[in-house]
Design a protein around this ligand. Sequence first.
Ligand SMILES: [Ca+2]
Ligand SMILES: [Ca+2]
Length: 378
Amino acid sequence: MKMSRSATMRSVLAVATVVGLGACVLATDGTAPATTSSSGAGGETAGVGTGGSATSGGMVTTANTGGSTGYEDCLDGIDNNGDGLVDCQDPACQPGYECVPAAPADMALARFALRSFPSDPLLCDDGNGAQSLMSDPGGPATCTSCSCAGAQNVGCAAPVLACYKGSSSCGGNVDFASNQNDNNCHNFPGSLFGAVDDSCVRSVPSLPMGDCPASGGIPTLPPAWNTQRDLCRLTEYGGGCDSGQVCVTKAVGAFDARICAVREGEDSCPAEWSPVAVGYATTLDDRGCDACTCGAPQGLSCTPGDVDIYDSDNCNDFAQTIGASCSETSGAIDLLSGSYRLNAGVVSGQGTCTAGGGQPNGAVTGEKPVTICCRNGG
Ligand SMILES: [Ca+2]
Ligand SMILES: [Ca+2]
């Protein structure tokens, strides 16, 4: 069918108007408006928002009964389509926008969606990911029980020799005590020499030694948080509302219907705004388990061991063997020289160890808190 010239011109003009306005919006806010043309009569309005995004780009298309098409940007504070109604006043905006109380001082309007933790952040209407704020920290680690294998590196420590200068019966203070755990030859110190009487005794017998390998204490961590809220700060406010109110996109999808205001830090909420949560943007999680430990091996025994002492240095000129009884040693520890060798006992038995440790430690804490306050009933 052939169109009349005038009808063709109207169509061209209408297309040019659509393209021109669309280009203008794109150049203004850099986002693609989710506009949808309506062709019918009666003020039908475009759908707003797609795919979990809280809002569209702020523009809706409507058609009035006169057949001409008008556009209203619902977030710019002016009457774009010439019907005398600004933003939220305009029926074209009302399906997707609403008037809400303006943000209290030092706060920003926001919407949140309650999520299970951990979830990938939702998208906000500006196309950026929501800020995930966590609260209600999870419990401590569960730790596997600790156990100890049988004793290894088992043996007997060297006994300890104690000597007394100027006493033939181990009287008075100890003037010399061995402190080696070996059976090498050791010369007595010069300070021990020069007295008429000397004596020595094995003051500590040979004692069992060894260790048990520990295992267990493996942590299993419950989720770090019990609550995640994805927060979108509203960055565009329109007009057409009562005093003290602003026009914003309605919540869609998983977002809570309440309008909220947020503030960095942990704080109280202003009058008429109810505290909902303090959420933390970052997580510190140092939960774990104490290391498992094993006590000294039990069930091992050692023969007591003894100490050989020598009249000369370097274990030359064997003199006598010292045991649990005090021995007079004036012949060996004389004016000039003397030496000794520690003889460890012989171990017997099967060593077992008592396990310890493996207790849960640490906790989940948050950093960068954000206070979330919301209006009940808008
Ligand atoms: Ca407008
Ligand atoms: Ca308007």
